[in-house]
Design a protein around this ligand. Sequence first.
Ligand code: FAD
Ligand code: SF4
Length: 352
Amino acid sequence: MAKPNMTPVKTPMPNQDPAVRAHNFEEVALGYTEEMAHEEATRCLNCKHRPCVSGCPVNVRIPDFIAKVAEGDYEGAYQVITSTNALPAISGRVCPQESQCESKCVRGIKGEPVGIGRLERFVADWHRIHNADEKPAKPQPNGHKVAVVGSGPSSLTCASDLAKQGYQVTIFEAFHTAGGVLVYGIPEFRLPKAIVQGEVDKLKALGVEVMTNMVIGKVLSIDELFEDMGFEAVFIGTGAGLPRFMGIPGEGYAGVCSANEYLTRTNLYQPDEGISGGLRHTHPQEQGSGRRRRRQRGHGRLSLRPETGCGQGLHRLPPLHGGDARPERGDRARSGGGHRLPPALQPGRGHR
Ligand SMILES: Cc1cc2nc3c(=O)[nH]c(=O)nc-3n(C[C@H](O)[C@H](O)[C@H](O)COP(=O)(O)OP(=O)(O)OC[C@H]3O[C@@H](n4cnc5c(N)ncnc54)[C@H](O)[C@@H]3O)c2cc1C
Ligand code: SF4
């Protein structure tokens, strides 16, 4: 092994210039170049007792992948990471490495730890850029069907692991977009939605079916998944979206909503992108007459547009005061299902 690079600080991450980034929502961190990745990888001491691995919830073989980066074998590094982590481009960006793997790194004793997350991100991005047309080989089907409810990182990981073993996997997601909090909670400047979509597309290429607008418990029950649809197991990864209200005066006023509901509506329901019905910042003069006025509920600059068409009229936003959005079976077949916020995110408390 070559002499390690004993620089006490991490190789700096290039970032957007603050004067530029103040005017956009694009990713702030730009990622390492190959030279930077090599410099950082050579800070790793390849410790025999591997303390960093014990800090990683999915046991990524960190020194092994970093050694591959130092050798310039980026594809080899990717294979090491993905043998235990299905989502390295995501975890390389948003995993709290500072309190996990990097907190255990021996280089952190006398300086900064190795930039494990930055290297993981570099490897995942390198793989994506150099394998844009990659069509993963579909594994031999093993004849078993599994339903996965929700499409956040836990569900994407579960679906990926099962699909690679030959299971026929179907993801049922309540929203019209897959990704869970990764797409509606974590902002674009930290985790671009295209990265998450890339992971969803990879799953589809593996043969995973992704059904959106499917609120399990409303559109289909768990029993129906087992008995009518023939699934042999159901993984429930519905997240922890239930808000806790503080019981303070005013929390029931129009325009006051839970953080999760706010994030969901602003990130997933953008009327200008064709999906309609979100919290929309409207100038009072925009709240015109006719069709638009009929579709708006709300006051002043923030207005909720609860029921509008999207594309071919497939999306129906949740009624603000409950009500059962469960469609008739024929409707479901035609439209992909009515849409409500998942139970945990229903707005009943915020908008009265
Ligand atoms: C604002 C915010 C920022 C965060 N930032 C970070 C970060 O920087 N780094 C980090 O590591 N973690 C972060 N987290 C935490 C992280 O996002 C979560 O731990 C993670 O998303 C949980 O994944 P999950 O798969 O369990 O559920 P989720 O991501 O919550 O996904 C659950 C999915 O299930 C769907 N669903 C719910 N009910 C149903 C139903 N009945 N039928 C069908 N589908 C349903 C939901 O629509 C959703 O898509 C953040 C969380 C929030 C809220
Ligand atoms: S603890 Fe730090 S230096 Fe040691 S192997 Fe892990 S990343 Fe490398």
